[in-house]
Design a protein. Structure first.
Lengths: 293, 293
């Protein structure tokens, strides 16, 4: 089965379980709305790829870990789009959840998806309870306080931002979760896989900055030029397009050389590079090298 | 150590861990704000009492379960107070979190506390991983979709409310979690403890209706008369004060007789009764029996 099919099947089962038989219908529908269309499913794909590179001897636990991570990522998008944060109209090319349903249902859908992520892991433990508990702990660390995406978003309410902690928590955390959880689902230690996740996260941030600066709303499925608008740090503003592309390539090289020794090391390196190529917007590599354009 | 001391010490350690060393300061402070003052800590007290009645052979796991349940309860209060839900000014006698900090920090504090609840349990597993995983599953079931407090709140967005499902999820769910998690933390089965939790939840709802109808804002620490204001179902409106008190006593009697056989059965029954007496507002038992007053 292809990775995307594994993720889609597990996601569909998880959402169906969350919708139950007697659930309030709008919130049940909102759960599905929040996780579709799936887009690239980049975090669960990385997680599954790492697990496969490590032998993937408990594929059901890997699938559960991948979907647990993705539903919490989707929850964070729903909450980030709320009027009190980005007040976004669009997400993945359709109305943001609070616009399509309501603000109360957006808060509740996010909360429900966070809870679902942890419950999926507890239920998938099978004969590997220690792995499942470790996965839950990692997922908590990389999503909550003080190191996870909640902390990352929390930094935006501070007058003095610790930029390194901010970026690590805001973008890096879920990629670290992806590589570490992939390894742990397959019975490996988490720690050696942190650097790969952190570097993929950095590369992803630069690619996101390039897309925010170069793509239009139709391509992004959400408003473009938001960093500029909100005065947020952006690699294109700092280094220019060509400088940002070079930075992306450097970080990616570091990411690949950080992959720990494992049976599927070569295939994993190839997958990371192939995925990364899709992240950089078409045209960015052919553009002027003048910084600050 | 008294139950309240066990809960307070475990809560303080959990919040400190969530605040970390590099966390954004306002969100870190908001976590503590959300869980203090503790008030009655009724759910973790019931949980711990049930565990003690069952032998409490893993007290650290019991403490973790109690605090996991309480932090998610506190998270639900923070989110329920948001402008898009109750838009509450006051909670536990001080400004609601979104008023004291901000709406973004209230959303994030709630999210962080939900995550913290699950992480506390994963970290406290020790030599009882199966118990910890079962506790995480129960906590997810009673907080998320389709049966938990998120579902309960979600019913309020429906045109046609399934009243039984609504009350069970909105108020009953966390009491069922309390009794079941207490039993599981001490190595017992969850299922026989569901009825006790459900009945305590019903009794609590009636007592809450009495307080909403009879107490003033200073006593409640939050606005009074809210059910009347929002047209929500209320036992006092349906049965009058004396009728509601009788209903409370009947439900409580059923709760106590549902306690499964266990070493500390008598002490648990006494504790439930003593706690319940505190829930009914002073004066309710001495009032007119005319319904609908």
């Amino acid at each position: 089965m292809r990775i995307s099919e594994r993720i889609d099947a597990t996601m569909a089962a998880a959402i169906k379980a969350g919708q139950g038989g007697v659930a309030p219908a709008k919130l049940a529908a909102a759960l599905e709305y929040a996780v579709t269309p799936g887009g690239a499913r980049i975090r669960p794909t990385i997680l599954t790829s790492v697990a496969m590179a490590c032998g993937d001897d408990r594929p059901e636990l890997t699938n559960a870990a991948a979907v647990a991570l993705e539903v919490i990522h989707c929850a964070s998008l729903v909450h980030d789009d709320l009027p009190c944060f980005d007040d976004a109209d669009l997400r993945r090319g359709k109305p943001a959840l609070h616009r399509a349903y309501s603000e109360p249902l957006a808060v509740l859908a996010g909360d429900s998806l966070i809870i679902m992520g942890f419950q999926i892991l507890a239920r998938a433990a099978g004969d590997a309870p220690a792995r499942a508990l470790n996965l839950i702990d990692i997922l908590g660390t990389r999503t909550g306080m003080p190191f996870g995406i909640c902390a990352g978003q929390g930094w935006e309410s501070e007058e003095n931002i610790d930029l390194s902690a901010y970026h690590q928590a805001k973008t890096g955390a879920l990629f670290i979760a992806a590589t570490q959880m992939g390894a742990v689902a397959a019975g490996q230690e988490a720690e050696p896989w942190e650097e790969l996740g952190a570097r993929i996260g950095e590369a992803f941030q630069v690619a996101d900055d390039l897309r925010d600066a170069l793509c239009d709303e139709d391509t992004l499925g959400k408003p473009a030029g938001q960093d500029d608008l909100h005065g947020r740090p952006n690699a294109v503003a700092s280094y220019g397009v060509a400088g940002a592309v070079k930075r992306f390539d450097d970080i990616l090289g570091g990411a690949i050389s950080s992959i720990p020794a494992c049976p599927g090391e070569a295939a994993l390196a190839q997958m990371v590079r192939a995925y990364a190529d899709k992240l950089v917007p078409a045209g960015a590599r052919g553009r002027s090298t003048v910084p600050g354009e």
